[in-house]
Write a protein that binds this ligand. Sequence first.
Ligand code: ME8
Length: 527
Amino acid sequence: MDKFYLTTAIDYVNGAPHIGHAYEKILTDVIARHFSQRCDDVYFLTGTDEHGIKIQKTAASKGITPKELCDENAQKFKDAWKALDIDYTRFIRTTDEDHVKIVQKIFRKLMENGDIYKNSYEGLYCSGCESFLNPKDLTEDGLCPDHLKKPEVVREENYFFKLTKYKDAIIKHIKENPDFIIPQFRANEVLNQLEDIQDISVSRSKSNVQWGIDVLDDEEQSIYVWIDALSNYITALGYDVETPSEKFKKYWPADVQVIGKDILKFHSIYWPAILLALGLPLPKHIFAHGWITIDQAKMSKSIGNVISPTSVLESFELEHPDAFRYYMACAAPCGKDGNYSDDDFKEKVNAHLANSMGNLLNRTLSMLVKYFDGEVKEEFFVARNKELVTGSLSLLKTALNKIDLVKNNFDNFEIAEAGQEITTLVDITNKYVTDNAPWTLAKEEKMTECGQVLTTVLEVMCIISALIYPFCPNIAKDMARQLSFDLSTKLDDLTYENIKTGHLISKEEIKPVFLRVDSELADKSKK
Ligand code: ME8
């Protein structure tokens, strides 16, 4: 694997980020960090989607310009991602000059090739979706099913993209590449939608929408948001219709594009059609995650249950975002919906990160100090010597085997499932300690056996720190520091022996890697 290019959806900036936006960025950051442990060159793109009628209306209602609204809110997204340790390579804004220029050229090229034509049109437009809706998809009351708002009747002369021309090619691609759409159960939905697709409007009249990218050669029209927004995945790399940049040649096609299930149609039908029209290869995978509910309810401004990701960090007084990252990344099996609740958050992170994983490292290092003055002796290593304690070698084998299982999960974008494999490894290791009771071995003066148990656990802890790193980078670094383990080791270079012989740690250097979160804090902040 010589490069790994991954993208998120770009968020609308008509409000501040919420926990659903955070879910997607965390999932993608976890994937990016995992692949950085397998490949030296990972490019992670995220950003904000800033044009369209929705932004225009929100800005007008606040008495500010659309650009002022975008600047203010784009900054909130950047701040939130910083607080969550989202380590992106580029944050693209669709108002960025380089993006705007290339989108105009893309539009012109599609016109020149005959893929875009002008037509008058009457349709039902939902500004929540920034999309025309098919009347058959409305609710019984004539509302948009996602936004529960009545769409506007729009009569305009617009440019249209010949989506129908690419229908057969897209159907063929989906059928021939069963892992193009992940999870695979969503592919059938897309194939059904493809059955009755029509050409799509790709511009809006400037008399209605002023906040958009101008169509070159036609001052009456601005480019409709989806063609603008979707193009970000290539404009960010410096795609240019004439001479693609070196960066573009290196990173495109994307290895995975992470999006929410609500915008799968745009990514698995519209986007491939645009790419085919431009003569470009399609992304390897489109990964559609599910949605996050709050206490099992859909998040909505009218219910008043919208949670900002940073408010969770603040209400639990978390010193870093790892617990929140871990919880969110593990919130749902691949592609399924997940839920956030304060109680469940507290229970899971206390159980998994503090009690099981953190405590295991802390206890083991404390025993190493107590019985051996913090020293790991040559004769403790089971892989170099005889197995003195039954189960030591098999535990190490299980740990190394977990690396393959976790890699396999990530190859299928099963992030929560990978988290589950790590939790299981921690549980198996805890059981090994309980079964072999190193404190009893010490009492019986079986010191080499006792040392073997502790050293074997510390070896496994190195592997656990590497596996948990994408989810919990701060905790992993803290674990690795106490183990004198080099966390930049690639997953394939991990062995049975990651711990060095000799003095490892002194009493003063041992520190719990994760302190239990306190429920009272969140209750207090709610009140
Ligand atoms: O759709 N749970 O922007 P957006 C999980 N600008 N994910 C959620 C969510 C929730 N409750 N709410 C939103 C747009 N998302 C377009 C994308 S891409 C070229 C243009 C996810 O701000 C949603 O599924 O409405 C989407 O992937 C992302 O957040 C941005 O949503």
